[in-house]
Design a protein around this ligand. Structure first.
Ligand code: ATP
Ligand code: MG
Length: 409
């Protein structure tokens, strides 16, 4: 991408806020607040979120998920049927339009069960595993943590339908493993934490938590096994666990639930077993907070100059800064690197050197490549690692190979 054509509205006028991620991401031109808990996602954020989503997509496809896009709008009557329309817990968080008889998707159990019922009748057609990336709406009371807690936010939600409880349990464990792979690939150390089922289920659920001093959750962690307990289920811990596990603040990046047969039963969605009996269907739901993940990354990876993102989710892997005015070397290197498969932001503008360098640090691109008249004459470019601060001079011909190895590609 040529910087001269790519919109990056970095800002200097941002006041320090309660939320570190909102402050940094606004300053770096990723987001713009529309209302409390509602943010416009600007080009850099869109690119990062697409990369995060692609990692999740690959892992969800690998466990047999099929991607769908459902509507945010859901009819009142389906929520009445499942009993959620009048459930005080949901009344509190769900946006609704009584006049139109609609609710705005806070979660999608109802339409998923209804649509799968249209086709699936026999055990031979199960399991069905559907997932989507979608905008969710929730009336969060304290939407003060930037992307960590939106009233409108992006989520990956997956729903699974199984013939037996055992099938459900097996898939649930597969999905838990896939979640760990997702967070590993994003460079986050995640912990599988036992938690309450919240408003979704009476059973325990499993949360995926990332240690973060500004997080809202309090968890007790076992670092060796990367498991733990949410404070809300402290009573289920043994005395030994209470003594030895470390108590820290964390952010929940994913959550998986056993829903039992509740939603399929509410819509009389059953299947015919091999022996001819008509049985209930077991359902699970599995969420990952997409925009929240970008928020966590910003909370965890920054310094006084701005964001420090990793290649797996940074909007670009390399920022190429041309400090000459001819752009001959720049155009050539840009071609070489993009043809070599790297995601490059090429700063081809005639702006002062200082402002180009400052912007590159602020937006958090992991590797910066700079060349001036002087280095270009020597056939060299300067490569700086944003994460370690390391600087080296590299011959032009070796640049692609050096960057590939730096980015582990
Ligand atoms: P929390 O406990 O943080 O309120 P939740 O348990 O209500 O979240 P789920 O319904 O399980 O959340 O949603 C799945 C995932 O979506 C969560 O693990 C989280 O990463 C993300 N998420 C939930 N609520 C929000 C929100 N208000 N803003 C951003 N992301 C959210
Ligand atoms: Mg939760």
């Amino acid at each position: 991408m040529r910087r001269s054509q790519f919109y990056i509205p970095t800002r200097r006028d941002v006041a320090k806020q309660e939320s570190v991620n909102a402050y940094l991401l606004t300053k770096a031109g990723y987001i713009s607040q529309i209302a409390a808990g509602a943010y416009a996602l600007l080009p850099l954020a869109v690119r990062s979120l697409q990369k995060i989503e692609q990692i999740i997509r690959e892992e969800m496809n690998a466990i047999g998920g099929s991607e769908v896009v459902f509507t945010a709008l859901q009819p009142q009557e389906t929520w009445e049927k499942s009993g959620r329309w009048n459930d005080p817990n949901f009344r509190q968080i769900v946006y609704r339009d009584e006049e139109a008889g609609m609710t705005f998707g806070a979660t999608h159990e109802e339409p998923m069960a209804i649509v799968v019922k249209e086709k699936v009748q026999s055990y031979r057609e199960l399991p069905v595993v559907l997932y989507q990336f979608q905008t969710k709406f929730r009336k969060e009371l304290r939407a003060k943590s930037g992307l960590l807690r939106g009233r409108e936010f992006r989520m990956k939600d997956l729903y699974s339908f199984h013939a037996t409880e055992k099938d459900h349990q097996e898939f649930y464990e597969e999905c838990a493993k896939a979640y760990t792979r997702v967070f590993d690939r994003l460079g986050l150390t995640s912990y599988r934490v036992k938690a309450s089922g919240g408003v979704f289920s009476k059973e325990f659920s499993d949360e995926f938590q990332v240690i973060c001093p500004t997080g809202e959750d309090e968890v007790m962690l076992d670092h060796a096994t990367r498991t733990g307990f949410n404070k809300e289920v402290e009573d289920s811990m043994t005395a030994e666990q209470k003594k030895t596990l470390e108590r820290v603040k964390a952010v929940e990046v994913g959550n998986i639930f056993h829903l039992g047969t509740k939603y399929p039963d509410a819509f009389d969605f059953k299947y015919l077993a091999a022996d001819g009996s008509r049985n209930s269907i077991w359902m699970g739901s599995y969420g990952i907070g997409i925009t929240r993940l970008l928020g966590v990354m910003a909370e965890l990876h920054n310094d006084e100059f701005g964001l420090k993102f990793t290649g797996s989710m940074a909007p670009f892997e390399v920022v190429l800064i041309d400090l000459t005015h001819e752009h001959t070397v720049g155009d050539e290197l840009y071609q070489t690197l993009t043809n070599g498969g790297l995601e490059v932001l090429y700063d081809d503008r005639d702006e002062p050197a200082g402002s180009k360098l400052v912007e590159a640090d602020l937006i958090g691109v992991p590797v910066r490549v700079v060349f001036s008249q002087k280095t270009a004459q020597e056939g060299k470019v300067e490569v700086k690692d944003r994460l370690t601060g390391e600087v080296e001079l590299v011959a032009k011909e070796e640049l692609l190979a050096v960057l590939r190895s730096k980015l582990s590609r």
